[in-house]
Write a protein that binds this ligand. Sequence first.
Ligand SMILES: NC(=O)c1ccc[n+]([C@@H]2O[C@H](COP(=O)([O-])OP(=O)(O)OC[C@H]3O[C@@H](n4cnc5c(N)ncnc54)[C@H](OP(=O)(O)O)[C@@H]3O)[C@@H](O)[C@H]2O)c1
Length: 330
Amino acid sequence: MDVFFCNAACVALLQREEKFDTSVLIVGKGKHMQNHTSAVPRNQAPAKKSGEFLIGDDLRVTRLGFGAMRITGDGIWGEPAGRAEAVRVLRRAVELGINFIDTADSYGPGVSEEIIAEALHPYPNGLVIATKGGYVRPGPNQWVENGKPEHLRSACEGSLRRLRLDRIDLYQLHRIDPKVPAEDQLGTLRDLQAQGKIKYIGLSEVSVRQIQHARTIVPIVSVQNRYSVTDRGSEDVLEYCEKEKMGFIPWFPLAAGRVSSSESPIGRIAARWKASPSQLALAWLLARSPVILPIPGTSRVEHLEENVAAAELKVDVNKWQELDRMARAS
Ligand SMILES: NC(=O)c1ccc[n+]([C@@H]2O[C@H](COP(=O)([O-])OP(=O)(O)OC[C@H]3O[C@@H](n4cnc5c(N)ncnc54)[C@H](OP(=O)(O)O)[C@@H]3O)[C@@H](O)[C@H]2O)c1
């Protein structure tokens, strides 16, 4: 059963028939969603329609994940405006079938990891929490690389404590700090792995050459680079990940909401396809490569539900070419 796009009369009928959980009815409020609603059948986990990916040898995740950077305050600093809503977003994400959550010690700092634990601990079987270390935060919107071994060790300990875990499934080096030899940074993660504190290691914002070099030091299972339908700067890295069967985790998949506007080029195409621009941008990522694991972020249940419905969106491949052309031109 796929997403239904229907008008208000259709929604009323579905609710009367009680075949659908009305709490999961996704009613668009933006211009692009007017007269269109998607209803998710009761007891379904729609995110699962995005398919699965195996991280490393044994972490099987639903491809459409969740990015937990936006459940913090302005400037990714401090408490979110609505902590209770942030907790609801995380619980709803799991209900909808998401089992891959991305975070970092630097989001808040500490706040995102703490809210994840508050919302979801004890964690359901199969939930994979990927976190990162390698940044320090002097203030809102300020990010300073710190790849010194002593910092990475204490960052990892802090994440274990806040997430209430004995071992982190996927630990990503947030940035390779140019001030510290890469061998020292990756060697520290290799030691943490040997101590059983980290299961798998990933990288973030790296070139193909950096991935190749890192792999001479320690096994790497995933790469997290900025990438979206409108931002193809990491195409070569994606192709490398595809060839090497490594997970490619595109951050900024909605360009922080800019592709979500009905006035964007994607918005204009989406309106014709009776989908929201965010859904189309996420469906494009899922269709682009089987190694892509999108992690759209939001602080609102309404946006989460809209985004997850993208997993069920099927679009004629010829129309992707139109989207491709328009996105590249935008
Ligand atoms: N590795 C790195 O260096 C790095 C850097 C940045 C981010 N990340 C990771 O990537 C994840 C995603 O990146 P991101 O949060 O920067 O970008 P994003 O997912 O492209 O955009 C998130 C923003 O879009 C808005 N949004 C989400 N769904 C929407 C919808 N359906 N309609 C309208 N607006 C919507 C959200 O606002 P609302 O809260 O109002 O919904 C939020 O401000 C982060 O959570 C984080 O885990 C990694």
